[in-house]
Design a protein around this ligand. Structure first.
Ligand SMILES: Nc1ncnc2c1ncn2[C@@H]1O[C@H](COP(=O)(O)OP(=O)(O)OP(=O)(O)O)[C@@H](O)[C@H]1O
Ligand SMILES: [Mg+2]
Length: 275
């Protein structure tokens, strides 16, 4: 079995303010293989963003350990890229220049970063937009720029914190397909946090459900949607396993609804027991 790329061992995280202690995470253990796509769902405020901050090294666990490639995380690392709900593009820079921001922070070789930015722009449909300003782009395109900006810095791991939640339904469906394809093609390991259960199921190899605070991982669903006859999809293509199917096609597989029901019930039980 391949070694884990991301590992959390009995991790706890408490926030301390002068007035109170908030125990966000308690005893979280997980292991993510290189190239795997994980989704995380859980009640609002349970600690999903906190978990990503721990993997990124922006937060240090109060208890336990976080490891990347077997090394304990100590601060942020170029191995990890972060994509957020809001794209944080700079309006005074054009698209091409925005794509270089992460590389500048990482002090990557400028020429190499420019080459990588141009290659990714061409490949992922932004070729004609290099000199546009972010305000001239649609919300979906802006998020694509944000993803490509993260990729220019060549991380092995992508952390995605509700990257589609500010978009309309139609855009988020098609962008999910695209982001899924880009991440698979680039062979990245991904951890996606989302409130949207169908999105979580359709994008990931495994869905992890978190409980209410102090939160832990209450269960893990291995997503297997390629097994059914219907998985070949309307275009007649088949094979390649679940990872090779687009999120849109996975939504059409019968078992999709079963996963949805199971996860929804589990989340509802957490919310009810919280209230
Ligand atoms: N910097 C901080 N200081 C104190 N408490 C914090 C801080 N950041 C988060 N918290 C608390 O920790 C808990 C977990 O927060 P977190 O943002 O990780 O949850 P979340 O699952 O991402 O929530 P949401 O679904 O709303 O995005 C919450 O109760 C939150 O109020
Ligand atoms: Mg959050």
């Amino acid at each position: 079995m391949p070694a884990a790329q991301i590992e959390m061992r009995e991790v706890g995280l408490s926030y301390f303010t002068p007035k109170q202690e908030t125990e966000a995470l308690r005893d979280v253990s997980l292991s993510v293989r290189a190239g795997e796509f994980i989704s995380i769902v859980g009640p609002s405020g349970c600690g999903k963003s906190t978990l990503l901050s721990l993997i990124s090294g922006m937060l240090k666990p109060t208890k336990g350990k976080v490891l990347i490639d077997g090394q304990e995380v100590a601060g942020t690392s170029p191995k990890v890229g972060y994509m957020l709900q809001h794209d944080h593009l700079f309006e005074w820079r054009d698209v091409h220049s925005n794509l270089l921001v992460g590389a500048e922070i990482r002090r990557m070789d400028r020429k190499k970063a420019e080459r990588k930015a141009s290659e990714l722009m061409e490949r992922y449909g932004l070729g004609g937009f290099a000199r546009h300003s972010p305000s001239q782009l649609s919300g979906g395109m802006r998020q694509r720029v944000a993803l490509i900006r993260t990729l220019v810095a060549e991380p092995d791991i992508l952390l995605l914190d509700e990257p589609f939640s500010a978009l309309d339904f139609q855009t988020r469906l098609s962008l999910a397909d695209e982001v899924h394809r880009i991440i698979r093609e680039q062979g990245k390991t991904a951890v996606l946090v989302t409130h949207d259960i169908p999105e979580a199921i359709s994008m990931a190899d495994r869905v992890m459900v978190m409980s209410k605070r102090p939160s832990t991982i209450s269960s893990v669903y291995e997503i297997r949607l390629e097994d059914e006859g219907g998985a070949a999809g309307k275009d007649g293509r088949s094979g390649g396993g679940s990872a090779a199917m687009t999120p849109m096609r996975k939504r059409e597989v019968g078992r999709f609804q079963t996963y949805f029901n199971d996860i929804w019930k589990e989340l509802e039980a957490h919310v009810v027991s919280a209230g």
